[in-house]
Design a protein. Structure first.
Length: 500
C-alpha cells in the first residue's frame, strides 16, 4: 500500500510543483513591481481573506469528502443531494454574511483591524469578495473529488489557477496599473475558477443521472449528521488558521505595511518546504484509514514512518537552500530592499520543515478518531504562536513574528508526536528510521554553522546545501527503497548505482 501511495504521490508532486512554480512566478512579478508599502498592503489584505475564509468555512467542506462518496457508492442520491444542498447553502450564507458585515460596519471593521494604512483597507474591501468565492471553490473541489474527477482538480489547481494569476500579474506590469487592478484581477480569476469547476461538476452529475428534479422531492437536510462530524474538527481548523495568519495580521496591527512586506515576501519561498508533504497527504489519509479499519496497528506505524522519511528526504534540499542561503536567495529573488528578510526566511523555513519531517500526525489523529487530542494540540500550538507574536512584534517587528511562527510550529510538532503515540499506536519516533533523521540533524547543524560563518557568500552556502542534501539522500537510500518503489529505474546501471 505504501509503495502504491508513494508512486501516486510522486505524480501529484510533479503537478503541484508545476502549479507552485507558476504561482511563484506571478508572485515574483508582483513583488518586483509594487513598492514595499504597496506589497505589504496587498499581502495584508490577502492574509485577512485567508483568515476569514478559514473561519467562515466552519469545516463544512470536510463533510463533502466524507459523505458524498459514501452516498454515491450506495446509490443514495437523495441523501447525496441533502448533504450537497446543506453544505453549499451554509457556505454561501457564511461568505455572504462576512461580506455584508464589512460593508454594513466599515468603521467597526477598520477599528478592529487596527490598520492605519488606507490603501490596505481599500484593498480589503475589494478582496473581501474572495471569501465567498474561495469558499465555493473549496466546496466544488470536494464534489469533484467525490466523483473521482482528478483531471478537473489537476487542471483547476495546477494550471488554470496559477495561469490566471500570471496573466493578472503580467497585465498589471505591462499596463503600469494601480494595485487595484490586481485586486479585481484576483477576484475575476476566482470567479473563472468556480465557473470551470461548476461546469465540470454539472457534466459529472448529468452523466450519472443526478440532474433529475425528482431527486429533490421530499429533500431532507442532514443538519445534525453533518455538524456532528464537522464541529469537532472545526476548532482544529480554526487553530491552524490562527497559526498561519497571526504574523501578517498582528504585524499590520502593531507596525506598518513595510514591516508586513518584509515578513510576507519570503512566505512563499518558506512554504515550498510543505510542497512534498501536501502532495503526499492526499493519498496518505485514505490508506491510513483502511489500515486503521483493519486494526493493523503495525501496518499503520510502518506506513506512517516510511511515508515520513520520503517526505523529509525529498523536502531536505528545499530546506537546506532556504535555510542556509536565505540572505543571498532573498536578495536574488526580491532585490536588495528586502535583504533584511533573509533571517526571517531561515526561521520560517525551519518551522515548515520541522512540521513536514515529523510526518502526517494530524492526519493520523483524524483517521483514528482522536479529535480531542488534535484539538488540544492545535490550541496549544496556536496559543504559543499568537502569544509569542503579541509579545515580540512590538519590539522586534517582523523578526518577532518569525520567532513566534518557528517556536509555535516546533512545539506543535512535538506535541502532535506525543499525541500520536498515546492516541493512535503510531510511535512518536520509530528507531527503525533513526539513521536518516540523525543524519538530517547533524547536516542541519553543520549548515547552521556554515550560515553563521559566511551569511552572505552564495558560492559557499549553495554548494554546502547541495552537498548536505546528497549526504542525507545517500544515508536514507536503504530506508527509501527507491528501486522497490520504482522498479523501472533498475533497468539502467547508472540508476541502480544512484538509487540502489
Amino acid at each position: 500500500m505504501t509503495r502504491k501511495q508513494i508512486r501516486g504521490s510522486g505524480l501529484l508532486l510533479s503537478g503541484r510543483g508545476v502549479g507552485q512554480g507558476l504561482k511563484f512566478l506571478a508572485e515574483l512579478m508582483v513583488v518586483r513591481y509594487l513598492s514595499t508599502e504597496g506589497y505589504g498592503a496587498w499581502t495584508y489584505a490577502l492574509a485577512a481573506v485567508t483568515f476569514l475564509r478559514g473561519m467562515s468555512a466552519l469545516g463544512l467542506n470536510r463533510a463533502l469528502s466524507r459523505y458524498l462518496p459514501l452516498h454515491l457508492e450506495r446509490g443514495e442520491f437523495q441523501q447525496f443531494y441533502g448533504v450537497l444542498v446543506f453544505v453549499f447553502g451554509a457556505l454561501v450564507a457564511a461568505g455572504t454574511i462576512v461580506v455584508a458585515g464589512f460593508y454594513a460596519l466599515p468603521e467597526e471593521v477598520a477599528a478592529l483591524a487596527g490598520v492605519s494604512s488606507e490603501q490596505a483597507l481599500a484593498l480589503l474591501f475589494i478582496v473581501i469578495f474572495l471569501v465567498p468565492v474561495e469558499i465555493i471553490d473549496i466546496g466544488l473541489t470536494g464534489v469533484s473529488a467525490a466523483f473521482g474527477d482528478s483531471r478537473t482538480i489537476f487542471v483547476r489547481r495546477f494550471l488554470l489557477h496559477p495561469g490566471l494569476r500570471i496573466a493578472v500579474a503580467g497585465t498589471l506590469v505591462l499596463m503600469k496599473a494601480d494595485i487595484t487592478l490586481l485586486a479585481y484581477g484576483y477576484l475575476f480569476s476566482g470567479v473563472v475558477g468556480i465557473a470551470y469547476y461548476g461546469w465540470a461538476v454539472a457534466v459529472q452529475m448529468r452523466d450519472r443521472g443526478l440532474l433529475d428534479r425528482g431527486l429533490l422531492r421530499g429533500l431532507r437536510l442532514p443538519v445534525r449528521k453533518v455538524l456532528s462530524y464537522t464541529t469537532p474538527v472545526m476548532a482544529s481548523d480554526w487553530c491552524s488558521i490562527f497559526m498561519l495568519t497571526a504574523g501578517p495580521l498582528l504585524l499590520g496591527y502593531f507596525t506598518d505595511m513595510s514591516t508586513v512586506a518584509l515578513y510576507q515576501v519570503v512566505v512563499p519561498v518558506a512554504a515550498l518546504n510543505t510542497l512534498v508533504a501536501q502532495s503526499f497527504t492526499m493519498l496518505f489519509e485514505p490508506s491510513a484509514s483502511r489500515l486503521h479499519a483493519r486494526g493493523d496497528a503495525t501496518g499503520l506505524n510502518d506506513h506512517y514512518w516510511r511515508t515520513a522519511v520520503w517526505v523529509a528526504v525529498l523536502t531536505f534540499p528545499l530546506f537546506a537552500l532556504s535555510f542556509t542561503a536565505s540572505i543571498p536567495l532573498t536578495v536574488l529573488l526580491f532585490g536588495e530592499r528586502y535583504a533584511a528578510a533573509g533571517p526571517i526566511l531561515t526561521l520560517l523555513a525551519s518551522g515548515h520543515f520541522i512540521g513536514s519531517m515529523a510526518g502526517f500526525n494530524s492526519e493520523a489523529l483524524r483517521v483514528t478518531g482522536s479529535l480531542r487530542w488534535l484539538i488540544a494540540v492545535n490550541a496549544l500550538g496556536a496559543a504559543t504562536t499568537v502569544g509569542l507574536s503579541v509579545l515580540l512584534i512590538p519590539g522586534m517587528g517582523a523578526m518577532g513574528a518569525a520567532i513566534g511562527f518557528a517556536a509555535g510550529h516546533f512545539l506543535y510538532a512535538v506535541l502532535k508526536q506525543v499525541a500520536v503515540q498515546r492516541a493512535t499506536g503510531v510511535k512518536a519516533f520509530d528507531l527503525t528510521y533513526k539513521g536518516p533523521y540523525i543524519t538530517m540533524a547533524v547536516v542541519a547543524l553543520l549548515l547552521l554553522v556554515t550560515r553563521l560563518t559566511w551569511p552572505a557568500e552564495p558560492w559557499i552556502l549553495v554548494p554546502a546545501a547541495v552537498v548536505g542534501s546528497l549526504v542525507v539522500y545517500f544515508s536514507a537510500r536503504a530506508s527509501l527503497s527507491v528501486l522497490d518503489t520504482f522498479p523501472e529505474l533498475g533497468r539502467s546501471k547508472l540508476m541502480r548505482t544512484i538509487f540502489g
